[in-house]
Design a protein around this ligand. Structure first.
Ligand code: T46
Length: 135
């Protein structure tokens, strides 16, 4: 049985009578030390993003508002997941082609990464990715 591509982690919820509060910390929801955080928001209707893989980067994606569908492809299998809760994070390691589709207009996708931005870590050509993934 092969390992699932979609790896979801629970984000502890510490909300109370005042409202919500979610925590992603090292050793908890975060399995790596964070060196960069970015967020994707105000995505225009019908737009899809991603269409690349990373050679080394590890990331945790949390949809803190709205919803988005993420699809992951390892060169052989494809799996898809809808992120619509700040209580779940999607871990994406290296060697996975990712695409983001169906952004809601209010979607805010927050991404925690274990390295600074480095364009040389990206594989943006799908055929090149497949060769890289399955040899
Ligand atoms: C990923 C998915 C989930 C930077 O200068 N610094 C950054 O930290 C990032 C993330 C991007 N950029 C630049 C590079 C491009 O010129 O911003 C522009 C848009 O980046 P990109 O087209 O790669 O964005 P997405 O939404 O397709 O992919 C992003 C991340 O780049 C990627 O690592 O896994 O979100």
């Amino acid at each position: 049985m092969s390992r699932p591509l979609v790896q979801l982690v629970d984000i502890p919820q510490r909300g109370d009578a005042r409202g919500g509060l979610a925590v992603a910390e090292l050793g908890g929801a975060l399995p790596f030390a964070v060196r960069r955080v970015y967020w994707i928001y105000s995505t225009y209707p019908g737009v899809s993003r991603g269409f690349h893989a990373h050679k080394k980067l590890h990331q945790l994606c949390v949809c803190v508002a709205g919803s988005v569908r993420l699809s992951l492809f390892d060169g052989r299998r494809e799996e898809s997941v809808i992120l619509d809760s700040s209580a779940k994070g999607l871990l994406i390691g290296p060697g996975l082609w990712r695409e983001m589709h169906d952004f809601s207009s209010d979607c805010v996708l927050m991404v925690f990464a274990d390295a600074e931005y480095d364009e040389s870590d990206y594989i943006r050509d799908r055929d090149q990715f497949i060769r890289h993934a399955i040899g």
